[in-house]
Design a protein around this ligand. Structure first.
Ligand code: PHE
Length: 336
């Protein structure tokens, strides 16, 4: 029995020494050494295990239990300390420079379509155009009738329309109604552009969305011809694509509100391959449109043009799918 209490006393002494060692340990190596010293094959705790073999059965049991408790305790505090040492290792050798400037917090930035809108507006403003706006909910009159597209006219099928329940109201299918609204209230000479959202009742794919942005332009004066139009557009494309030699071509086309009408393609290089890309619709304002807006078509001439802002942004930034602009995907947006 005397032997027994001596062992217990020694065990407790081992435990408190181990605890102190662990507390003072600073590195992984220190901890390894402590593990070996107390719990290793030749370790202090182990030597007791060997010793109790000679004890009578009852004492053996009791001492064995005590040894196990001590062993588990030491293991527990060892592994706790190990975590702490590992953590502090990450900062080892790293000095903290308290005078260094703080990390920059990322600020929000503009959407690619907003960037293109701003740039387009700046270019046209520098050519004497005013930037104007019109409503997204339109009447049938401004979206169609005033633009020389009466009811039942097959040309209405060119624009798949989202009608509202309210009488004869719709989501504008293009930005051309803004031209009529402006001409009603202002006397020529006029030079305006508008950049706004438009809506089409269409199936979506990589180049079609049900809502997108259009740039519409209008210039009205005496003696305006297609030559004026070409000059303005050429200048715009040159500046927008930062390419002095950008090539464009006019193709005959049809719009009810212009006569003659054309489509303009630009020659664009992609993957070392040059391709004509259809970029805008345009033409000389139809006399019926002047009449609907209260202007005398014998006195005034003008040109109008419309193009998809998204298309412009897709060419400029090489974006393969129009739907990316509206997806809210940050991986896409962070690139601008
Ligand atoms: N509004 C036409 C469209 O959306 C484009 C256009 C504008 C054509 C002005 C000619 C003149 O398709």
């Amino acid at each position: 029995m005397k032997e027994f209490s001596k062992i217990i006393f020694n065990l407790e002494d081992i435990y408190s020494r181990a605890k102190k060692d662990i507390l003072e340990a600073k590195t992984q190596e220190d901890l390894k050494r402590i593990l070996k010293k107390y719990l290793g094959k030749e370790g202090e705790v182990r030597s007791f295990t060997k010793m109790i073999k000679k004890f009578p059965p009852q004492e053996r049991k009791e001492t064995g239990r005590k040894i196990n408790i001590i062993k588990n305790e030491i293991e527990k505090i060892l592994s706790k300390k190990e975590k702490i040492v590992k953590k502090s290792k990450r900062f080892e050798g790293k000095k903290i420079d308290v005078t260094a400037p703080g990390k920059k917090i990322e600020r929000g930035h503009l959407h690619p379509l907003t960037l293109v809108k701003k740039e387009v507006e700046e270019i046209f403003q520098s050519m004497g155009f005013s930037v104007v706006e019109g409503p997204e909910i339109e009447t049938e009159w401004y979206n169609f009738d005033a633009l020389n597209i009466p009811k039942e006219h097959p040309a209405r099928d060119m624009w798949d329309t989202l009608w509202l329940k309210e009488d004869k109201l719709l989501l504008r299918t293009h930005a051309t109604p803004v031209d009529v609204r402006y001409m009603e209230k202002h006397n020529p000479p006029l030079r305006i552009i508008t950049v706004g959202r438009i809506f089409r009742h269409e199936a979506t794919d990589f180049s079609h969305e049900i809502n997108f942005y259009q740039l519409e332009g209008l210039m009205v004066d005496e003696n305006i011809s297609v030559a004026n139009f070409k000059a303005v557009i050429q200048e715009f494309l040159k500046r927008f694509f930062k390419d002095k030699k950008i090539q464009m071509r006019l193709r005959p086309s049809f719009f009810p509100f212009t006569k003659p009408s054309f489509e303009i393609d630009i020659l664009y290089e992609r993957n070392k391959e040059k391709k004509w890309i259809e970029t805008l619709g345009a033409g000389m304002v139809h006399p019926n449109v002047f009449l609907a807006a209260g202007l005398n078509p014998k006195q005034w001439q003008g040109f109008a043009f419309g193009l998809g802002l998204d298309r412009l942004a897709m060419i400029k930034y090489k974006v393969p799918d129009i739907r990316l602009f509206y997806s809210g995907d940050l991986r896409f947006l962070y690139q601008f």
